[in-house]
Design a protein around this ligand. Structure first.
Ligand code: MGD
Ligand code: MGD
Ligand code: SF4
Ligand code: MO
Length: 866
């Protein structure tokens, strides 16, 4: 059905995860999934569906700022150029750096890389992809000689065995997960195995869950390879390892035998991996241990088969294409091949092109703390939160003489350290391309006017380049021109290969170069109009020959992956990761009330058997050698013994004490330099709070109330502050901070230390403040719902300070974000006879919107008595 708004909608791409869903957007309507996009065919997840609620201008950075004052673009760009000039004079090229992001568009990313490597003359450009994809990139390059993801999404649907390794696909790539579950529903013989220490939402609908010991993946896949060798597949001796796999992984032999047999006997196998694999001190070996099993069995490059590293950010893949990592060049050109370096130097007219790799993210911030970086330009990432050992990162940020941040939002933790803030266009405003996990290039198109003085990231880079004297090489009129240039760079290796094979050039040290697969030559001559209309296009796109589709890597190498025990095994291990409805440092999703309902507070999950003296619902200190964080404790049998799990999302803006990277280890993988974000030895102790409380009100009062605070939008125009402290309860101080005068209703029990108060105006609820001696306080849901009432009735008024209607429904967490359906409502529907996800949907609407909650509905069904 086409209605009017569909006809006028702009076709664009979701700015969150690497699935890369197509979106139909209008300036003032909700967004919809694009039925014509190959990635999602109309579907969206909870985050994508709520995009329309994130495009408001609240919190946006709208004007350049220099040293805390509003500045003109000219002044801010001059100050940026001057900062680089000074740092270059003082430290040389290796004393300047860019730290960028997989959330830049390809055109912005290309411009940043050209600026740094070509003209600043340093390899010091690294990306938050170092925290995300670096181990996969290194694994691909060791195995294939090039960073290639051979498979396509269709292969995931056509596999007979799909193995998810360290991937919570149900929450992190929800639309891909739904596609897979739909394929399995049509073909029930398809099997899904989840390899994850935690029992995650992705285990719902899976056939086998291997809850391996954190960090032991190499042993699991080396053991599989050994099994394959014994089953007759050819595996070179140098690659084989004999390991005690049950002892190392903690898995029982029967489960291991099933896994190994399934893999051995199934031809169509896809092994998909993500951060449980990459974010590890053995991340590159984990990737190669997986790829080895596919190479040994020849299961690659054919339908329904292959190793598949799924990308995290919307343009993680685009960043790899343009080479914006410290150890890469551009367009998959090889920094180790002098003739490719010369070809790029000539093409860019960049005599100073960097010839050696730069500093990787963790090293970069160490160099900065040591005073060796005079100017750092951060774009589209929040390193003060997302890098490990964040106390060290913050010391480094304070030490850098010129710190520049290009961002869309004004108030990030990183922005607090920057001298120069440059306002960038955000999603819905900017124009360019992104590449998803299956190599499909899609257009992001603007459908909103540029707010304030915000500018495209590539424009900002080009303006600074011009001020440094390189204007001619950055004179692009639009994003299309940058895209054409990027596409032409990918042909430089091809030109050389063609020249060699036709004998026009004398071969260098490598007489028969392997053909470079990544090739966008067929897009290098797009007109502006063709670029504007570019449909989703899968690479490779050579000028001649086959385009897109699955790739058979021309080079395929098995790589030794000697198993190493992660350091400090034996201690309580902190794992970190993502929640279903939040995106990274919450600059967008943290503003949307319905996305906050699923997990309104930062919670540490722990197996009940490990709780000892820790109390569910109380606050717990997570202490490591690097620092500490304080979170609410949830006891959860889905977490294995000896480990705990914390979300990565909270920041100084919403819960300063709960920033988990204050405690996370800066250890890195020796090959990829990717930090070990999933494996920190910690101790857990109770947080000694003398009082706990919450304040609900109509304006946010910040996240610095009490010694511990978590702020969340609770409903449109309602803010929830969870608070705790270790001194006397500051009731009067909080009343003063609220600024509404004396409460309308108040209750004070000196004996128990309870204070409760409510403010009503014209019959409406304005605020509610509850303080008590421990964490056991009335549930917040009913009180929050009262803020929507035009007039508080007398029954509600009487019950207000109890926090509960005597005969009201028991409060319960929201599972379905689209329709606001709670777990209690769903349980009631199951009790009344709903026996599958569709029946729950018919009874309650839960799961009928984006479908992101379906795994949780399945879990509730499994818990119901037969
Ligand atoms: N909702 C949501 N979706 C997102 C994002 C987001 O912020 N929010 N971010 C996007 C980005 S950038 C990325 S990179 C992806 C990440 O997507 P995922 O990698 O799926 O997400 P994570 O939760 O970081 O980690 C995945 C799992 O690794 C497991 N794990 C921990 N240690 C080990 C181990 O030693 N071995 C194994 N096998 N598993 C382990 C954890 O228990 C966790 O369930 O998500 C993308 N999608
Ligand atoms: N403990 C722990 N830490 C982790 C992880 C983990 O699993 N555990 N995961 C890591 C991973 S995989 C990732 S990808 C990182 C993500 O971490 P970050 O990249 O630091 O997180 P974001 O919140 O996505 O930051 C993006 C910033 O860019 C801004 N922005 C958005 N669009 C644009 C744009 O077009 N232009 C500009 N200039 N700015 C823009 C946003 O406002 C926001 O401030 O976190 C890493 N850190
Ligand atoms: S799965 Fe969700 S977050 Fe990822 S691209 Fe699609 S709509 Fe966006
Ligand atoms: Mo990521």
């Amino acid at each position: 059905m086409m209605d009017g708004s569909l006809l006028t909608a702009t076709r664009t791409t979701c700015p969150y995860c690497g699935v890369g869903c197509g979106i139909l957007a209008t300036p003032d309507g909700p967004v919809r999934g694009d039925p014509a996009h190959p990635a999602n065919q109309g579907r969206l997840c909870s985050k994508g569906a709520a995009l329309g609620e994130t495009t408001g201008l609240e919190g946006r950075l709208l004007h350049p700022m220099v040293n805390g004052k509003r500045a003109s673009w000219d002044a801010a760009l001059d100050a940026t150029a001057e900062g680089f000039r000074r740092a270059l004079a003082e430290h040389g090229p290796d004393g300047v750096a860019l730290y960028v992001s997989g959330q830049l568009l390809t055109e912005d990313y290309y411009a940043a890389n050209k600026f740094t490597k070509g003209f600043l003359g340093t390899g010091n450009i690294d990306s938050n992809s170092r925290l995300c994809m670096a181990s996969a990139v290194a694994g691909h390059r060791r195995a294939f000689g090039e960073d290639l993801v051979p498979g396509t999404y269709e292969d995931l649907e056509r596999a007979d065995l799909l193995i998810l390794v360290g991937s919570n696909l149900a929450w992190c790539h929800p639309v891909l997960h739904q596609r897979i579950l739909a394929a399995k529903a049509l073909r029930p013989m398809m099997r899904i195995v989840v390899v994850d220490p935690r029992r995650t939402a992705s285990c719902e609908g899976a056939d086998l869950h291997l809850a391996l010991r954190p960090g032991s993946d190499v042993a699991l896949f080396a053991g599989l390879l050994e099994h394959l060798a014994r089953a007759g597949f050819a595996v070179p001796d140098a690659i084989r390892q004999s390991l005690d796999v049950p002892a190392l992984t903690g898995l029982d032999t029967a489960q291991l035998a099933i896994f190994q047999e399934w893999f051995t006997r199934t031809e169509r196998v896809v092994t998909l991996w993500s951060q449980g694999t990459n974010q590890s001190s053995s991340g590159t070996d984990k990737a190669n241990a997986i790829i080895n099993c596919h190479l040994a069995t020849g299961r690659i490059g054919r339908p329904g088969m292959g190793p598949f590293s799924v990308t995290g950010q919307p343009n993680a893949m685009g960043g790899r294409e343009v080479g914006a990592l410290a150890n890469m060049l551009a367009g998959h050109l090889d920094a180790d091949k002098p003739e490719e370096v010369s070809a790029l130097r000539a093409f860019w007219k960049a005599p100073n092109l960097a010839t050696k790799p730069g500093l990787k993210a963790v090293e970069l911030f160490r160099a900065a703390e040591a005073g060796r970086i005079g100017a750092l330009w951060v774009m589209a990432t929040n390193p003060a939160v997302s890098l490990p050992d964040s106390a060290q990162v913050r010391r480094a940020l304070r030490r850098i003489p010129t710190l520049i941040l290009s961002d869309c939002h004004a108030g990030s933790d990183t922005a607090e350290h920057a001298q120069i803030l440059l306002p960038a266009l955000g999603w819905g405003e900017k124009d360019g391309t992104v590449t998803n996990s299956e190599r499909v290039i899609s257009r992001q198109r603007g459908f909103l006017p540029a707010p304030g003085e915000a500018k495209p990231d590539w424009w900002i880079i080009a303006q600074v380049a011009r001020r440094l004297g390189w204007g001619a090489q950055f004179a692009w009129p639009n994003a299309a021109a940058i895209f054409r240039e990027h596409a032409a760079v990918t042909e430089l290796a091809r030109d050389r290969a063609d020249a060699l094979s036709s004998g026009r050039e004398s071969p260098g040290q490598d007489p028969r170069p392997a053909p470079r697969v990544f090739d966008l030559g067929g897009l290098a001559d797009l007109t502006d109009a063709e670029y504007a209309a570019l449909p989703p296009t899968q690479w490779p796109v050579p000028r001649r020959g086959a385009r897109g589709g699955r790739i058979t890597p021309p080079v395929q190498r098995l790589v030794p992956t000697p198993f190493r025990l992660p350091e400090h095994s034996g201690a309580m291990i902190l794992m970190t990761g993502r929640l279903r409805d939040q995106w990274h440092t919450m600059t967008r999703t943290g503003r949307v009330p319905r996305l906050m309902q699923h997990a309104p507070e930062p919670v540490l999950s722990l197996n009940p058997a490990d709780a000892a003296d820790l109390i569910e619902g109380a606050l717990v200190r997570v202490v490591s050698a690097w620092g500490e964080a304080v979170l609410r404790l949830a006891l959860d049998p889905a977490i294995p013994r000896g480990a705990c799990f914390a979300p990565m999302h909270w920041t100084d803006q919403l819960a300063p004490r709960a920033r988990i990277n204050a405690a996370v280890t800066p250890a890195t993988d020796p090959i990829s330099g990717q930090p070990e974000l999933k494996h920190t030895p910690v101790t857990l102790t109770p947080f000694a709070a003398r009082w706990h409380g919450f304040l609900l009100c109509r304006q946010p009062l910040g996240a610095r109330l009490g010694d511990w605070c978590a702020l969340a939008p609770a409903a449109p125009g309602v803010f929830r502050h969870e608070i705790a402290g270790s001194d006397a309860a500051p009731f009067e101080a909080l009343v003063e901070a609220l600024g509404e005068g004396a409460p309308t209703l108040a209750l004070r029990a000196e004996a128990t230390g309870e204070h409760r108060a409510a403010w009503l105006r014209d019959g409406r609820l304005i605020a509610a403040l509850f303080l008590g001696p421990d964490h056991v306080l009335p549930p917040r849901e009913w009180l929050i719902s009262l803020f929507a009432e035009a007039r508080i009735g007398s029954a509600a008024r009487h019950a207000l300070l109890a926090g509960l209607l005597p005969d009201g429904p028991p409060p319960s967490p929201t599972l379905c974000a689209c329709h606001g359906v709670s777990a209690a409502t769903i349980r009631a529907a199951i009790a009344a006879g709903a026996d599958d996800v569709a029946a729950i949907g018919a009874a309650t609407c839960a799961g009928t919107g984006c479908g992101s909650c379906k795994p949780e509905l399945t879990a509730l069904l499994a818990l119901a008595p037969a």
